[in-house]
Ligand binder design. Structure first.
Ligand code: 7PJ
Length: 262
């Protein structure tokens, strides 16, 4: 899954993808490099980020989804928590709803269920403005898994098909370094739920902290996480760096699958 940020304050690509044409070209390149999904997001959820208005989010995201959907044969995912954005994104051609708030906003479950699109449910503790202040868990792996299973049950109750649900531990979303490391080291426990697991650690601060690297020097650390996550059974890796990540995860997958599956 290649990341296409359409936020002006996006920390890792400097918000260079604003105009739909520039965004379209960026999506094209990611698909050529091996992305199967393009994740379009208009709300920055980096730690400390301010909320974005609905009109602003629609303005940023919908033209880009329309443009990609008309021009590129790929799955478009919409990175949003807003039911209105989900509905409009579906009309514009989105094929997956990716919600860092696990469809907890009023009306989000219904919007997702009405669309019949697959959904990615991510775990977050707290809100982006304050989530890194004092993350606290009883047992981070169990707490995250229990939360995600409860949200998956809520989805099924709302009419979403069980086999249309993906789970994501939410690396960096209300988690200490120890929490992030523990979630990755125990990823098989989330994989064991039977839902496909998505992991997004690309350029995140946990890499910066462990390796003492600035945001433009986190590729190798991210590749290590991607390969290990796939080795432990993750099915989708969300990344800014598609070509390098595709090779890393295809190599890791080959080891788990064996030569007969290549
Ligand atoms: C994630 C996401 C993630 C999913 C962001 C960033 C922050 N969606 N959206 N998983 N992260 N599913 O890319 O650093 O980890 S925005």
């Amino acid at each position: 899954m290649g990341i296409l940020n359409v936020t002006p304050d996006s920390f890792s690509d400097g918000g260079l993808n604003q105009a739909p044409l520039v965004a379209l070209r960026a999506a094209e390149i990611m698909v050529e490099e091996g992305a199967a999904i393009i994740d379009v997001g208009g709300e920055s959820t980096r730690p400390g980020a301010k909320p974005v208005s609905l009109a602003q989010e629609l303005d940023r995201v919908i033209p880009v989804i329309e443009s990609i959907s008309r021009n590129i044969d790929t799955v478009i995912s919409v990175d949003s928590s807003s039911p209105e954005v989900m509905r409009e994104a579906y009309r514009a051609g989105a094929g997956l709803i990716n919600d860092v708030r696990a469809l907890a906003r009023e009306g989000a479950l219904e919007a997702a269920a009405d669309s019949q699109l697959p959904v990615c449910l991510m775990h977050m503790q707290g809100r982006p403005e304050t989530m890194q202040d004092a993350p606290c868990y009883r047992d981070v792996v169990e707490d995250v898994r229990d939360f995600l299973e409860q949200r998956a049950d809520a989805c099924v109750q709302a009419g979403i098909n069980r086999n249309q649900i993906l789970l994501d531990p939410g690396i960096g979303f209300g988690k200490s370094i120890a929490d992030n490391l523990s979630l990755l080291n125990n990823l098989e426990r989330l994989v064991g739920t039977g839902f496909p697991v998505l992991v997004g650690a690309s350029r995140k601060s946990m890499i910066g902290t462990v390796l003492n690297r600035g945001v433009d020097k986190r590729l190798y650390g991210g590749l290590s996480i991607a390969a290990l996550a796939v080795f432990k059974g993750a099915k989708i890796i969300r990344t800014h760096d598609v070509e390098a990540t595709t090779d890393a995860i295809n190599m890791a997958y080959a080891i788990t699958a064996g030569v007969n599956e290549l």
